[in-house]
Ligand binder design. Structure first.
Ligand code: UFG
Length: 324
């Protein structure tokens, strides 16, 4: 099959391209390289294009019939979305609309969409399943939920088949393939912990130690990017027999606190991680843990990276090789 991977120069998109190529598929990567990296496009042809520029977007469809689109392009920082909501709605909603219209023009009827745990807002239950209320508390989550809504309407109006995959905390890397998490302005916990361990960044700031959790720090559900890629491939199969718009939550179903992540990373790296207490970060829920029962049951998803140490070790293998 021929896949268009939008955002394939980014963190999760590049792992998706690797997975698809390893299965023998043809890959075209669309990316505007605003946050992605040219050197992460190792599988398939790169079309430098911007979803906000429909003319440039056409070039991605010009290289032969596309069977399905995997859509990872997005602005994805919660705090930034609060400060710059117009940019988030423009990139994430208007950009996706342009992509959907281009897909329709070219008769492409299958889409896997990167959604997020941020569509749920503050959790009202310990494990978050697909039926949990969707009340995003920031423009990032709201923009992703808006797209989910558009996909449901597109299924009714145009017969678009789509699956939204709501990632919890994507983590890990594939150092053997030279890809990992590389954001120009890094805000995520594991890369920041590893950079602190390498002395490539400042001491790690622990944002809040007074949450209602066992050690006072926030609890998250870390899921390996390769397992996310696997879920996308399974989602494609699922669409064959399940028309319409669907959504699945993806996580390992187990939460780890910031302090637990730091301790695990110190063991993996074999060194102390310099860290310091800092105030809470705006918009951080205390606990976010997925129930992925539906993805396991209906997609047949079975994450391979269920051990936090192994996830961190893969990220460490990649970070160690980087000259930040
Ligand atoms: N944290 C620190 N120090 C850091 C970085 C993070 O203490 O330097 C803490 C955060 O405060 C949070 C936890 O580590 O408690 C995890 O933070 P990340 O930034 O790694 O991830 P988030 O949980 O904020 O983000 C994830 C997804 C987003 C999604 C969001 C929903 O990456 O896409 O959950 O809240 F929107």
């Amino acid at each position: 099959m021929h896949f268009l991977v939008c955002g394939g120069a980014g963190y999760i998109g590049s792992h998706m391209a690797q997975w698809l190529a390893a299965q023998g598929h043809q890959v075209t990567v669309l990316d505007n390289l605003s946050t992605g990296h040219r050197e992460a496009v190792r599988w398939g042809e790169l079309v430098e294009a911007d979803l906000l520029d429909p003319a440039s977007l056409e070039r991605a469809f010009a290289g032969g019939r596309i069977d399905a689109v995997m859509h990872f392009c997005a602005s994805s920082l919660v705090g930034e979305s609060v400060r710059e909501p117009y940019a988030y709605y423009r990139n994430n909603v208007a950009g996706t609309l342009n992509l959907l219209e281009a897909m329709r023009r070219h008769g492409v009827e299958r889409l896997v969409f990167s959604s997020t745990a941020a569509v749920f807002g503050n959790p009202v239950s310990e494990l978050i399943d697909e039926d949990h209320p969707k009340s995003p508390i920031n423009p990032y989550g709201a923009s992703k939920l808006m797209v989910e809504r558009i996909l449901a309407d597109a299924a009714s109006a145009y017969g678009l088949r789509s699956i939204a995959l709501r990632y919890f905390n994507a983590a890990g890397a594939l150092p053997q393939h030279g890809i990992g998490e590389a954001h120009a302005c890094e805000t995520h916990l594991i890369p920041n912990v590893l950079k602190a361990a390498l002395g490539h960044g400042p001491a790690l700031k622990v944002f809040g130690e007074d949450y209602p959790t066992p050690d006072g720090t926030c609890v998250r559900d870390y899921v390996h990017v390769q397992d996310l890629a696997q879920a996308h491939a399974l989602a494609l199969d699922y669409m064959d027999t399940h028309p319409g718009a669907h959504a699945f939550n993806l996580g390992n179903g187990r939460g780890f606190s910031v302090r637990e992540v730091i301790a695990a990373a110190a063991e993996v790296a074999g060194r102390d991680i310099p860290c310091e207490a800092a105030p809470r970060r705006a918009g951080d829920p205390a606990v976010l843990v997925a129930s992925s029962v539906r993805a396991r049951r209906e997609l047949g998803w079975s994450p391979e990276w269920t051990d936090l140490h192994a996830i961190i070790e893969s990220a460490w293998g990649w970070h160690r090789d980087q000259a930040f």
